[in-house]
Design a protein. Structure first.
Length: 401
C-alpha cells in the first residue's frame, strides 16, 4: 500500500521527462502518429498531474501522522523519533509544493515556460515527500513486527485505541448537545454529524479488525496486514471526529471568554483613531462600520439568547484589523484565536474525507497554516475558503456530512 503514493508521484514526474524529450527531439514523427504536444496541452497535462500528485501525497501525509500517533502509544520513543523526523521532512517538501501551487493559482509566474517549470517543481517535491513517507512506513512496519506485544504489535494497539474511542462517543454526543443548548446553531453546525461519522468509522474498524484476526489465524500475514491498515485508518479518522468535538467545545468557550476584552480593546482603538480621522471620508465610513459591528456584538451578548462566539469575534477582528493603539495586543490575540479555529476545522475535514477533497481546498489550507502567526485575518479567510471548497468537493463525491 505504501508504494501506491510513490507510484502516482513517479508517474507524474516521469511524464515531465517524457514531454521534455518530446519537445527537444529532432526526428520527425512517424506517419499517422500523434504530433508533439503543444505548449498549451503540455501545461494542461502538467497541471492535472501536479494536482493529482498533491492530493495523493497530502492524503498519505495525514495517514502517516495517524500511524505515528499510534506508534508513540506503544513503541520505544527513541525508535519512533527518526520516523517522526522523516515525516516532518516529507511535510516540509509537501508544504513547499503547496506554496508553489498557491503562487501558481495567483498567476505567478506568468510566462508559460516558467509555469511549466513551477508545476514540474511541484511534482518533484511530491516525489521526494512520497519517497520519505515510503521509507517511514516500511521502517515503522518493521518496528511493529519486532514488537514483543501479544498478537504482533500493531493489532493490540489499534484495538486498544478502538475501545477508547468507542467509550468516548457518548461523552462527545453529550458535549455536542451542550454546545447546541449554549450557543447558536451556527457555532457547531459543521461538527453536528461528527459523532455519527465516528461511529460509522468504528463499525468499519470492527469489520477490518475481525478480518485481520481471521487472516492471521489462517497464516495469511500479508492479508492480515492489509485489513489491519484499513482498521488503523478507520480508527484514526474516528479519533479526528471525537477529538474534534472536544477541540470545538474548548475553542468556543475560549472564544466566548475573550470577547469582552476584545470589545474593550476595539473600542479603545477606535477612540484613539476617531478624532484625527473625522476629516477623511473613506476611513470615516470604515469607522462607522466598526462602530456598528461593535454595537451589534454588544446587543448579542446582552440579549440573553444563544449566539455564535466564533462569528462574533471574527466580526470584531475583521472590522478593526490591523489593530492600532495601546490595546492592539488583545485584537491580535483574538485574530489568531479565530484563525486557529477555522484552520483546525478545515484540517479536520480534509483529514477525514481523504481523496474526495481536491487540491484547491488543500492548497488554501496549507497557505492559511503558513500565515497563521503573521497574518491571522488572511489565514482565517483562506481557511474558511478551504472548508467551503472541501465541503463542495465532498458533496460532489457523495461524501456529505
Amino acid at each position: 500500500m505504501t508504494l501506491v503514493g510513490a507510484a502516482a508521484v513517479l508517474a507524474a514526474y516521469g511524464y515531465t521527462r517524457r514531454v521534455r524529450r518530446t519537445r527537444t527531439r529532432t526526428t520527425p514523427a512517424a506517419p499517422g502518429s500523434p504530433g508533439p504536444l503543444t505548449a498549451a496541452d503540455e501545461l494542461a497535462d502538467l497541471d492535472e498531474r501536479s494536482r493529482a500528485a498533491l492530493v495523493e501525497t497530502d492524503t498519505r501525509r495525514h495517514g502517516a501522522r495517524g500511524e505515528l500517533a499510534l506508534a508513540r502509544t506503544s513503541l520505544d520513543p527513541a525508535a519512533v523519533e527518526p520516523l517522526a523526523e522523516a515525516v516532518r521532512a516529507a511535510e516540509a517538501e509537501l508544504t513547499a509544493a503547496f506554496r508553489i501551487r498557491q503562487r501558481y493559482d495567483e498567476g505567478v509566474p506568468g510566462e508559460d515556460a516558467a509555469r511549466r517549470h513551477a508545476l514540474a517543481g511541484v511534482i518533484g517535491r511530491c516525489q521526494e515527500a512520497a519517497r520519505r513517507l515510503d521509507a517511514e512506513a516500511a521502517a515503522l512496519r518493521e518496528l511493529w513486527d519486532a514488537a514483543d506485544t501479544p498478537g504482533g504489535g500493531a493489532l493490540p494497539v489499534a484495538e486498544a485505541r478502538f475501545r477508547e474511542l468507542a467509550a468516548r462517543t457518548a461523552t462527545a454526543q453529550a458535549t455536542l448537545t451542550d454546545l447546541h443548548e449554549r450557543y447558536a446553531p451556527t457555532a457547531s453546525t459543521f461538527a453536528t454529524g461528527y459523532v455519527e461519522l465516528a461511529k460509522d468509522r468504528l463499525v468499519s474498524a470492527t469489520t477490518s479488525l475481525n478480518q485481520s484476526h481471521q487472516e492471521a489465524d489462517s497464516g495469511r500475514a500479508e492479508e492480515a496486514a492489509g485489513h489491519l491498515r484499513a482498521a488503523e485508518d478507520a480508527v484514526a479518522q474516528a479519533g479526528v471526529f471525537i477529538d474534534g468535538v472536544d477541540r470545538l467545545a474548548a475553542h468556543l468557550d475560549e472564544t466566548a471568554r475573550l470577547i469582552p476584552a476584545t470589545l474593550t480593546g476595539a473600542e479603545a482603538a477606535l477612540a484613539e483613531l476617531r478624532t484625527p480621522l473625522l476629516r477623511e471620508g473613506e476611513t470615516y465610513s470604515q469607522l462607522l462600520h466598526a462602530d456598528a459591528v461593535l454595537a451589534s456584538v454588544r446587543r448579542e451578548l446582552t440579549s440573553g439568547h444563544p449566539y455564535d462566539p466564533a462569528d462574533a469575534l471574527r466580526r470584531i477582528v475583521r472590522a478593526l484589523f490591523p489593530p492600532t493603539g495601546s490595546r492592539s495586543g488583545v485584537l491580535t490575540a483574538a485574530a489568531t484565536l479565530v484563525a486557529r479555529g477555522s484552520t483546525a476545522a478545515a484540517r479536520e475535514f480534509v483529514v477525514t474525507h481523504g481523496g474526495t477533497v481536491d487540491v484547491t481546498a488543500r492548497t488554501r489550507l496549507v497557505e492559511a497554516e503558513h500565515l497563521l502567526m503573521t497574518d491571522p485575518v488572511r489565514a482565517d479567510e483562506l481557511a474558511c475558503k478551504a472548508l467551503e471548497l472541501a465541503e463542495r468537493d465532498a458533496r460532489l463525491h457523495g461524501a456529505v456530512l
